[in-house]
Design a protein around this ligand. Sequence first.
Ligand code: ZN
Length: 128
Amino acid sequence: MTQNTGVCKYCGQMRIVQLSEDKFYTQAEIDNIAVSECDCDVAKILRKRTMAYGNLRGKLNERMPDEHIDEKEKHIKNLILDAAKLMSETYIDSISITSGQESYSLSLTPKITYKFKIKSTEVESMEA
Ligand SMILES: [Zn+2]
């Protein structure tokens, strides 16, 4: 192990981070490690969001496994995951996608979990 100093880009705090000796780290990588260990509010929230993104990906893969969904659903799933990734890194709280008669929405709750909803606007009617 070796040590170097990284800076949290959110609060500017300098941190001494432990590094593996047999790997070369750029300053950006060292700074990312500093962020991942920093205890400032923004770094904490972003860590929770990253964890929530991992959970969402796992759940979506369970609910919409690639081998059981069609092309359209694959596009939707990929869009949702891309959006969730961006949401985990930025300040976007919710998005929605409409395709035909379905609408999909994804939001980050105050507890920092993702809520994913599928709504069909198809109206069932009958005439007799
Ligand atoms: Zn920080």
